[in-house]
Design a protein around this ligand. Structure first.
Ligand SMILES: *Cc1c(COP(=O)(O)O)cnc(C)c1O
Length: 454
């Protein structure tokens, strides 16, 4: 006997059960409802006599919620497994922080307004105390990014003088941030000491003279010198600078507020060792918006904030909103909910379950391609923790239907562009950096690219 329309309608899944299937995602119930309503009307009009699978319904709902392809600057799916991918915008913000940013963006705010007195206030007032408490510093000031922070610190504290740096720390970060050039741009002279692999305390002591304005230590964020090496630690450097009355400046780069790796001391631990001025990025290991955070002794921070360059490099209101939201998450013990932290600390067991989930969504389409799970070894990216391995899992696609380069290109051209990589004749979709909701976008893309063989 033919199924009645009512029987078919009864097979349409509930919105709640579909939402549950997606778990923690940004898919809106509204989009799911719209897809289900369309199904209902298609059944009633006799257009369809069978309800599609749950996966297909979810794919349609996810795609519906993502109709942003007319923007040139848009959301993408990062299937590289690199959590802090500089070209893909580094740290994704937590939803609760993004919501606060949207609120601030849509109206007026106390950017430089003191609500108590009704007079002009400080741009730093909302984040100053939070930063000093979290970092264990006397004062704080923030600018547009960490490159700006280093330039500002050098301009304010070192212009006209000499800055001592170990040859092992003359770093270049992607996008033309080079320590020697930043020092000269800041109006100071670089005094290189030691050698590439070894710098001793005596090298620093010997280099200090009347024209020395600071000792600068730079975190070798994107490389490590291993083997026959020696560098002078912060504690020893701070003994030298205390004696000579010079500021000890440290460009920490990544700047974690919670312990993520044995080899990477947190901002708090670094401050305790005696740094006078410390700068780090807001969108690296902190997991927040692009900004440069400068913390340290009040007398130096005051000087930095008064420098004319500060006006040119200061943070905008949306960044302040995002940064304050991030700092509150750390204050409230919710660091594990920060996407960057959550992605970096995901266990291989969880990643494997995710990979299996993606495979199960792709499997029903395997006529024109085959899928398997492979182990991968990722990096943090963003010039952080360069020697740390992050084992993960990827879904590997192989196919005879088209060259892998073409598949990779087509995924990249998708409405929500999907970035994958080709390795050993397989197209890899690393699941560490992809939300479960986006599995359905990937499925939708793969299905269309292979000509709807589902
Ligand atoms: C990343 C990094 C920078 C540049 O920071 P941005 O936030 O990208 O401007 C500067 N110094 C070090 C040591 C870094 O790791």
């Amino acid at each position: 006997m033919m199924m009645s329309k009512n029987d078919i309608l009864r097979k349409i899944p509930q919105v709640d059960s579909l939402l549950q299937e997606l778990g923690d995602s940004n898919v809106r119930a509204k989009d799911i409802r719209a897809v289900l309503n369309k199904l209902r009307s298609d059944v009633l009009s006799g257009k369809i006599a069978e309800i599609p699978s749950v996966d297909e319904i979810l794919s349609a709902a996810v795609t519906k919620g993502n109709e942003s392809s007319t923007f040139g600057f848009r959301r993408m799916i990062n299937a590289t497994g690199i959590v802090l991918h500089t070209n893909l915008g580094r740290a994704p913000l937590p939803p609760e922080v993004a919501k606060h940013v949207a609120q601030i963006a849509m109206g007026y705010c106390n950017l430089e307004y003191d609500i108590e007195t009704g007079r002009r206030g400080s741009r730093m007032s909302a984040i100053q105390n939070r930063l000093t408490k979290l970092c264990g510093a006397e004062a704080a000031v923030c600018v547009n990014n960490n490159a700006a922070a280093v330039l500002l610190v050098l301009s304010a504290l070192c212009a006209g003088g000499e800055v001592i740096v170990s040859r092992g720390e003359l770093v270049e970060i992607g996008g033309s941030f080079r320590v020697p050039e930043v020092i000269s741009q800041g109006g100071a002279r670089l005094v290189e000491i030691g050698t590439t692999n070894k710098t001793h305390t005596s090298d620093y002591v010997k280099a200090i003279c009347d024209s020395t304005s600071a000792i600068l230590k730079v975190h070798t964020s994107n490389y490590r010198i291993v083997g026959f090496t020696e560098e002078v630690g912060i504690t020893e450097l701070s003994e030298i600078t205390k004696e000579s009355g010079l500021p000890l400046i440290y460009d920490l780069g990544g700047g974690a507020l919670i312990e993520l790796s044995q080899s990477e001391p947190t901002v708090q631990k670094t401050m305790v060792q005696g740094v006078d001025v410390l700068c780090f990025s807001g969108d690296k290991l902190l997991g927040g918006p692009q900004c440069g955070i400068i913390v340290g002794k009040k007398k130096y921070i005051d000087k930095i904030a008064k420098h004319p360059l500060y006006r040119a490099l200061r943070m905008d209101k949306l960044t302040i909103a995002a940064l304050e939201g991030m700092l509150m998450m750390y204050e409230n013990g919710k660091a594990s909910e920060i996407p960057t932290i959550a992605l970096l600390t995901k266990s291989t067991d969880e990643l494997k379950v995710d990979a299996e989930k993606l495979i199960n969504i792709l499997k029903p389409m395997t006529e024109k391609f085959s899928v398997s799970i492979v182990e991968t070894s990722g990096q943090v990216g963003g010039g952080s923790l360069p020697t740390e391995e992050f084992p993960s899992f990827a879904v590997a696609i192989t196919t005879e239907a088209m060259p892998l380069q073409e598949l990779e290109h087509k995924l990249r051209q998708w409405d929500i562009p999907i970035v994958s990589r080709i390795y050993r004749e397989q197209l890899l979709l690393d699941v560490r950096t992809v939300s479960c909701a986006d599995f359905y976008v990937i499925a939708d893309a793969v299905k269309s690219i292979f000509g709807g063989c589902l």
